[in-house]
Design a protein around this ligand. Structure first.
Ligand code: ADE
Length: 234
């Protein structure tokens, strides 16, 4: 899968994603990441990419031309026009199902805004999806793009080892993960639940499922409501 990120801060995106599991997947060739600096496409001799909004108001806007040219530099090179995701608090809220669906694409372009936003005309021209990562306002689209790329990448075959996969499945089933324990058997007077030491796999599985349900009920009543709708017999 190929990711292209149109941004004024390419180093932030590269540095953030070239570490840990996603960095390993890029090295192994399961993913590729290209951070395209929008400033490189400024037609201005001072490499300016922003200007005042018509009609007045606070702050500066990113101008249409450099954004459009950065987009075109990608689409012309790869010979197609992939989905282009604009990160904005005005978008649809990102979730696990969306990550799974986007992981089926061969390429994705992420457009990161800064300042007070981007000239509406270029958004109309190139954006296919408006996505938010939650109801709060960040200073730019880079962190949301990185969040999305991380979540999408771990759904791409080969990115996670066998041991690392699986952990999403419970979330997809509307349940949170059960609690987990490692050595020692006793720490600060707290013992590992006896059943996990029993070696009885069926009972352990049933215990974990029950813990998942209790935890979801308590911590995410909204998710629990969804679970009950999908499993009406429970
Ligand atoms: N840009 C600024 N805030 C954002 C958010 N919450 N989600 C996506 N993009 C953003």
């Amino acid at each position: 899968m190929r990711f292209f990120v149109l941004t004024l801060f390419p180093d932030m995106v590269r540095d953030g994603l070239h570490t840990s599991i996603i960095g390993r997947a890029i090295q192994a060739g399961h993913l590729s990441l290209e951070a395209v600096n929008i400033r490189d496409f400024s037609a201005n001799k001072h490499q300016k990419v922003d200007d005042y909004p018509y009609g007045g108001g606070a702050g500066m806007l990113m101008q249409a031309q450099p954004v459009y040219d950065a987009f075109q530099s990608v689409t012309e090179r790869i010979g197609r026009r992939p989905r282009c995701i604009y990160l904005t608090p005005q978008g649809k809220t990102f979730h696990q199902k969306m990550a799974k669906e986007l992981a089926m694409e061969e390429e994705l372009i992420f457009l990161c805004g800064h300042y007070e936003g981007i000239d509406e005309r270029v958004l109309e021209e190139i954006v296919t999806d408006y996505v938010s990562i939650g109801d709060y306002v960040l200073t730019g689209g880079e962190l949301p793009a990185m969040v999305m790329i991380d979540a999408i990448s771990r759904m791409v075959p080969g990115v996670l080892s066998n041991e690392e996969s699986g952990s999403t499945e419970s979330f997809e089933d509307c349940l949170l993960e059960y609690p987990q324990y490692s050595r020692p058997e006793e720490w600060m007077g707290k013992k590992v639940p006896q059943i996990l030491l029993s070696g009885h796999h069926k009972n352990i599985e049933a215990w974990r499922r029950e813990q998942s349900k209790m935890r979801t009920k308590e911590r995410r009543p909204d998710l629990w409501g969804q679970y009950l709708l999908e499993h009406p017999k429970e």
